[in-house]
Design a protein around this ligand. Structure first.
Ligand code: PEP
Ligand code: MN
Length: 368
């Protein structure tokens, strides 16, 4: 794995004590001066630190509302002057960057479709070189952590130190209850690889609908995300884009107040000892799991050797289907979900095929 070298600094308005999440909110799109200002005044009352509004909107299909464009830039300046909130808008090319910088936008944001395109990210990086402007970087639309990290590196190499990653979920072909599948393992892995990078969650674009926002926001808090990026509109049902997922500033206030904010670390009163002894148990189980997996692979290898001597294929679909059905049933009886068992067995089966393959290709007794 290539080493990731970044020079990062925290955004001044981000509270590291985290009694509340860092909040970025505002409408999907800036539609009119009235809508922008009315929404902003309400959001400022609910403690939002950064006001978001799309001015140039990347829409999936043509003929949708594509944002008001440059006429909306002075509306955001008014938001800053009248409420004190910082402002952010999406930029996707050099022209957007120039206009946003000239208009005094405080933070730029790179959208999911743009993060997926290294040419576009590089164009933005070159355009902001030397400007010291903070940048929010959404995950790419496809579940590819490399593209996300690549975009972060390109912006950082242009001298931008204040970078915040935004997790907004990933596109899939399948219909699910979410508009964009969260794939929580991807932002968790991003945190593991770049622990000093602030990470916030965008429940609006993950959910695509209001009734799921609370759950996803709470989950992000429980996974120790630093903040939330949520769409809010003074009159969501009339919004010109993403109407189903936007909430009123009042509903946003309720959502934030109902979040349970837990501490990332436990201090005092022997609580650490309890946690420590439970972790020792987990470590023990993990060691046994790995030993068991190794034993299982060695049996697979023996099977491979046998199949080779009898000249039969590695994969016997019938046997594999039987394993899946049986393990799902056994897992269900122990409270383990079908999805989890499927994922584990798919991985085990793949590894087992690799071990058998190594035997098939070897000319003798040698191991993998
Ligand atoms: C948005 O935040 O309004 C937006 C277009 O987001 P994304 O790039 O995540 O689709
Ligand atoms: Mn939107």
């Amino acid at each position: 794995m290539m080493e990731i070298k970044l020079k990062l600094e925290k955004l001044d308005c981000m509270d590291t004590k985290k009694e509340r999440p860092f909040l970025v909110s505002g409408p999907c799109s800036a539609e009119s001066e009235k809508q922008v200002i009315e929404t902003a005044v309400e959001l400022a009352r609910h403690g939002v630190q950064v006001y978001r509004a799309g001015i140039w909107k990347p829409r999936t299909r043509p003929d949708s509302f594509e944002g008001r464009g440059t006429v909306a830039l002075p509306w955001l300046r008014r938001v800053k002057e009248e409420t004190g909130m910082l402002t952010t808008t999406e930029v996707a090319n050099i022209l957007h960057v120039k206009m946003a910088l000239d208009a005094g936008i405080d933070i730029l944001w790179i959208g999911a479709r743009t993060t997926a395109n290294p040419f576009a990210v590089q164009e933005i990086a070159d355009a902001i070189r030397g400007s010291n402007i903070p940048v929010f970087i959404k995950n790419p639309i496809n579940p590819d952590i490399g593209l996300w990290i690549g975009a972060i590196e390109r912006i950082n190499k242009a001298g931008i130190k204040k970078i915040i990653a935004i997790h907004r979920g990933f596109s899939t072909f399948q219909e699910t209850k979410f508009r964009n599948t969260p794939h929580w393992e991807i932002p968790i892995e991003l945190k593991r690889r770049i622990p000093e990078l602030p990470l916030i969650n965008d429940p609006s674009h993950i959910c695509g609908r209001r009734d799921l926002l609370q759950d996803v926001s709470q989950k992000a808090m429980d996974l120790d995300f630093d903040g939330l990026f949520i769409e809010s509109h003074i009159d969501p049902d009339k919004a010109l884009s993403d109407s189903n997922q936007q909430i009123t500033p009042e509903a946003l206030g309720e959502l934030i107040n109902s979040l349970v904010i837990r501490k990332p670390e436990i201090n005092g009163n022997g609580l650490n000892d309890i946690l420590e002894s439970l972790r020792v148990e987990i470590d023990g189980f993990d060691k046994s799991l790995i030993d068991i997996l190794q034993n299982r692979m060695e049996i697979s290898e023996q099977i491979g050797r046998f199949k080779k001597s009898k000249n039969v294929t590695i994969l016997q679909t019938k046997r594999w289907s039987e394993i899946v059905d049986d393990r799902i049933k056994t897992g269900a009886a122990k409270g383990l979900s079908q999805n989890f068992i499927m994922k584990i067995y798919t991985a085990i089966h793949e590894e087992s095929i690799n071990w058998q393959n190594a035997v098939m290709r070897s000319n003798g007794k040698s191991k993998k």
